[in-house]
Design a protein around this ligand. Structure first.
Ligand code: SAM
Length: 279
């Protein structure tokens, strides 16, 4: 039974980091004219109305995207293209909607690229399918995202970015995601994989990172930003990403932009970036 709905969390601090990195990666890999395949294994509803009852209930975007967009001065390179995209989805001077990963990818991809969006929840799948019904070169699938990932590798384009953004509702998701990445990477070792994870219990994060290291996959770069020090029982205090085969410029951009984001979000917990497994 799926109960997680991203509408309650859209635009929160975790989305800001995840989407800034996703946009940075997609913009870099679309510099080359060659066709690209992008797979979003846990796609959500696509776009979120920040005036909806779900968003109004938690107002998580206020401490996330709203705060970051309102920053005076100039944005760091890690965030600027993403924030410009969020602005482009909204009326001037207002934050009414938040574009999720499918909408951000669609805004960046070119006619020669292909976007596959996988979502299992019936309501969010229906919303996503309706939104992308006329989108050329984009396909919405109702399936298990991890099984779909393994089945789709390698993509015929031989160039690909995979975003894995599970809801971690089931505790076994942590192990399942590392297993799926290992299988997908055996079939498509040159793809870029971006895995998002929540910091709820540090031991689970450590087990996930250990499982990723144990795959033997090289070039795993990890980024983490926590609003609060680790405090089990207080819900999600932070989040992170592991980028496998990141574009060469990503580490420098993250290292330059992360301190700005930490300060802007008034984050007081662990904040770090570095190679989990070197190249
Ligand atoms: N990637 C989206 C974004 O950044 O805008 C947010 C995705 S949300 C964190 C996780 C999504 O995964 C939820 O919409 C949930 O319904 C979906 N989901 C949960 N289990 C799934 C599964 N086994 N396969 C595919 N999607 C699943």
């Amino acid at each position: 039974m799926l109960s997680y709905r991203h509408a309650f969390h859209a635009g929160n601090f975790a989305d800001v980091l995840k989407h800034a990195v996703y946009v940075t990666v997609l913009r870099y890999v679309t510099i080359k004219a060659k066709p690209l395949y992008v797979l979003d294994t846990h796609a959500g509803a696509g776009v979120y109305d920040l005036g909806s009852p779900e968003a109004a209930k938690t107002r998580e975007h206020r401490a996330g995207i709203e705060r970051v967009l309102a920053a005076p001065g100039s944005w760091p390179d890690l965030l600027a293209p993403y924030l410009e995209l969020v602005r482009a989805f909204n009326p001037p001077g207002r934050l009414a909607v938040y574009p999720g990963s499918p909408a951000l990818a669609r805004a960046i991809l070119r006619p020669q690229d292909r976007l596959e969006l996988v979502e299992l929840h019936p309501t969010d799948h229906a919303a996503l399918a309706a939104r992308f019904a006329r989108a050329e070169r984009a396909r919405v699938v109702r399936a298990d995202g991890l099984a779909h990932l393994v089945a789709r590798m390698p993509p015929p384009e031989r160039r690909g970015v995979v975003l894995l953004d599970p809801s971690y509702e089931i505790k076994t998701d942590y192990e399942a995601v590392a297993r799926a990445i290992a299988k997908a990477h055996r079939r498509f070792a040159t793809g870029t994989y971006l895995l998002w994870y929540p910091v709820i219990e540090r031991t689970r994060v450590e087990a996930l990172l250990a499982a990723l290291r144990a795959t033997g996959i090289r070039a795993q770069y990890r980024i983490e930003l926590c609003l609060l020090p680790d405090s089990p029982g207080r819900g999600m205090t932070g989040s992170g990403l592991v980028a496998i085969n990141p574009p060469w410029m990503l580490p420098a951009m993250v290292e330059a932009g992360l301190p700005w984001l930490k300060q802007r979000l008034s984050a007081e917990g662990p904040c770090e970036a570095g190679w989990l497994v070197p190249e």
